[in-house]
Design a protein around this ligand. Structure first.
Ligand code: ATR
Length: 279
């Protein structure tokens, strides 16, 4: 039996076991995917002992993504640029780390908004934390001409600009709405709008009718930002799809099958988040 897991501290909220468990059943694979609470002091030992504990790999979530990046044998270029690992896999008893958040973000957009052309366009990204790094990097790798980033703490937008260069512009948190005029994509990567957090309030009146709005928050499935954007006729892409799409490569690395993100899987996880969910 092939074993994988998700590690974090705490870990009880993770929906990854639901996703990977669905695929294991769907593809008839003799495998398991469990939640493993790992406290920071035990992280290095857990990662070093991954192969001898019989794991093919694991997902990594808060607060371990940056620490695991420092512990893996080799990370690919995208992961180096992000400086954080969300997927670990074992090959020849060596431990490799990669980051699938960026491809999860892009593949969610591709699948839900296939007509959106990002190359040579402009995007506005709200937030400059860990998730923003993966999103900004993915947009730049995808050929977006300019990514304007707004963050409550201005220092962090400056750091992003230094990290990624002149295609990133730092804009003031309160001025974000002034920069919406010619953007084709607006992304929220902050935790605002998440259940238990304040809503994100931004004036969308300058946003073009053809712009797509997406949120990486998926609890609730449709945040206030997305509801506001949809109410004024913009196409919106919910964040749950990013969670589903970022899981694909890990499953393939551990279990040897590239799984599909289907409506059935989406609805299973959506109902876990919101029992009232109806397609
Ligand atoms: P993640 O890994 O999910 O990105 P993070 O690195 O802690 O988590 O980043 C959280 C993001 O949400 C940051 O951009 C943070 O802004 P600051 O850098 O100013 O802290 C943003 N955020 C969280 N609460 C916020 C609030 N009340 N108002 C504005 N931004 C907020």
């Amino acid at each position: 039996m092939i074993k994988a897991c998700v590690i974090g501290w705490p870990i009880s909220q993770s929906r990854s076991p639901l996703i990977h468990g669905y695929w294991l059943r769907k593809y008839g694979i003799d495998g398991s995917y469990t939640r493993q609470p790992v406290e920071p002091a035990e992280l290095a030992a857990f990662i070093a002992g991954l192969a001898s504990s019989g794991y093919a790999g694991c997902n990594v979530t808060i607060p371990h993504k940056e620490a695991v990046f420092e512990m893996v044998a080799r990370a690919d270029d995208t992961t180096q640029r992000i400086g954080a690992v969300n997927t670990v896999y074992v090959r020849d008893r060596k431990i490799f780390g990669t980051n699938t958040d960026g491809e999860g973000f892009l593949n969610n957009l591709r699948s839900a908004a296939p007509r959106l052309t990002l190359a040579n366009g402009r995007a506005v990204v709200l937030g400059a934390g860990g998730a923003s790094l993966a999103v900004v990097n993915a947009l730049l790798e995808h050929g977006v001409a300019e990514v304007a980033v707004a963050n409550r703490t201005a220092d962090k937008t400056e750091q992003l600009r230094r990290r990624f260069g002149s295609r990133v512009t730092a804009i003031g948190w309160t001025e974000a709405s002034d920069h919406l005029g010619d953007c084709s994509l607006l992304v929220n990567t902050t935790s605002l709008g998440m259940k238990g957090q304040p809503d994100l309030t931004i004036d969308l009146s300058r946003l073009s009718g053809t712009a797509v709005v997406t949120d990486i928050v998926y609890t609730p499935l449709r945040t206030k930002l997305l509801a506001d954007a949809a109410a004024r006729g913009n196409q919106v892409v919910e964040g749950l799809g990013m969670l589903l799409h970022q899981a694909v490569r890990g499953f393939s690395l551990w279990f040897g099958v590239t799984p599909r993100v289907t409506e059935e899987l989406h609805d299973l996880v959506a109902r876990d988040i919101d029992p009232e969910f109806r397609r």
